[in-house]
Design a protein around this ligand. Sequence first.
Ligand code: BGC
Ligand code: CA
Length: 346
Amino acid sequence: MRRKRIWAAGITSCMSILLFCTCAEQDMSAPDRLYVGVACYNQGDTFLSEMLDIFSEQVQEMGSHGTETAVAVRDAVGSQRTQNDQVKELINAGCNVLCVNLVDRADPSEIIDLARENDVPIIFFNREPVAEDMMQWDKLYYVGADAQQSGVMQGELAVDVIRADSRVDRNNDGKIQYVVLEGEAGHQDAIIRTETAVDTLRSNGIQLEKLSYGIANWNRAQAQNRMLQMISEHQNNIELVLANNDDMALGAMDAYEKLNYTESARPVFLGIDGTDVGLQAVEDSEMAGTVYNDKEGQAEAMAELAAALVSGEGMEKINFQNGKYIYLPYSKVTRENIDMFTNRGK
Ligand code: BGC
Ligand code: CA
């Protein structure tokens, strides 16, 4: 009874390491115990913090079906070295599966070696290791989404807005003057989203003129700063802001707010993710649209895979691509269909 209560308390996103040590003393090979160690590149990231809350709930639910479960989340705050230490600590504390959101997606070798030495499978998520690294061991998996699809959808949303409202081309020159706010330089989602969004606009016959771009590392405050610089350079000439994620689109909107631009002098903003704040901005018609990054689907896929890896049951039901990848589809979100997304997971 007492142990049960301890476990109930342990099923939180920041379970203390002390508690994890208690489980290490138990039989780790028992398939009815699911102890998940999560390593996150930066928990200040809006999308990931929402996704991990859902993931912890999903694993907790599995606990109510007769499996003993616990989730411990560690935040690397942007340091790969810290994350390597945290993974070591999680393995020593007795977790039997790891979910790793790499800080540097090109540098997973130390973590893979640690996991292999201890025979603890890894599900990488959101920050995709390169293909060669995924081949280093047969117990490596990836859960995420197809960056290209999100870029195409963002481009299509922009095409729809431009075609529906001739006022988007404010200076009436037949071209759309645009800027891009990009995520981290080496991230698979940053480069690909930008390229495919712009290509989609062009292939739909929209004439474009790129005024500028800024790297804002997925971050709202950095995006506000970049946007302030771009406005000071291009004043009223910016007609479209393509942001690689919602937080950066919101940062761009913050910049216009700060400068007291009237609504008619503001550009069209488009994001990607459908975070709570992002959806709110679409609902309020401040952001023209976003592309839903299915955090519920990714969390559920990760929880199911973690359970299957530990129990050895249910692997055959999982729909892998190339044997070890799970990609959840994106969806377009506008004010018209927003209800489908605001009620998701509730
Ligand atoms: C999301 C971003 C997030 C990044 C973190 C992307 O897929 O769209 O919002 O900051 O992942 O790795
Ligand atoms: Ca124009």
